[in-house]
Ligand binder design. Sequence first.
Ligand code: SAM
Length: 245
Amino acid sequence: MKIDILTLFPEFFSNLSNWSIIGRAIDKNILNLELINIRDFSTNKHRKVDDYPFGGGPGMVMSPQPIYNAINSIKTKKSRVIYLSPQGRKLNQEVINNLSKEEHLILLCGHYEGIDNRIIENYIDEEISIGDYVLTGGEIPAMVIIDSVVRLLPNVLKGEESYMDESHYGGLLEHPQYTRPRVFNEVRVPDILISGNHSKIEKWKRYESLKATFIKRPDLLKNVNLTKEDKDSLLLIQQEQDNNS
Ligand SMILES: C[S@@+](CC[C@H](N)C(=O)[O-])C[C@H]1O[C@@H](n2cnc3c(N)ncnc32)[C@H](O)[C@@H]1O
């Protein structure tokens, strides 16, 4: 996969290619990550990239010309151009799964009051938001996308690492995790996990995954294909919760 980041602040990403999983993907030639400074495309003699908003208002707006030229310098028929924006579709695992199947992502980071709307209307495939709040720039949202997409690319995670069981991938939250010591501050790891009985452990994991979702994010359950066994487990979990309250 190729990812081009269009930004006014490339230095923001200076360590990105050394991060564990991203670095691994670059080393294995699975990821080609390029930083493009939008300012390099300004035709203004002072390399200006922003201007006052028409109609008045606070702050500056990123001008269309440098962004347009920057996009055109790298865009091909296979590119998906994404503008990180608080007004975009809200990011979730399904969006990330789909993005991970793209060949070429162009991530456009806005700054100041945002970018000229003519770019959004005519040269962007999609606006994506990382949540209903406003950040100073699109750089952190771009990093969020890169990190979550790259770990899904084939051969990036090592054999023992898997995204399939992790929260959100299959619609549920992940079961609780424990590591050594077996007893910590008098609290024991669930016996089943040290029983060596793999089929029972798998059942426990599914049950606990349903339970975590039921307790922490019940809204997710409506989008999951539940088996008869899952539905029975949820009834039990419901009873357990009722008894505890
Ligand atoms: C201060 S924001 C501009 C907000 C804009 N004036 C508005 O009210 O919609 C500057 C830049 O940060 C990025 N940004 C801010 N919040 C974001 C979010 N929740 N998700 C993705 N990008 C965001 C966008 O690239 C945006 O152009």
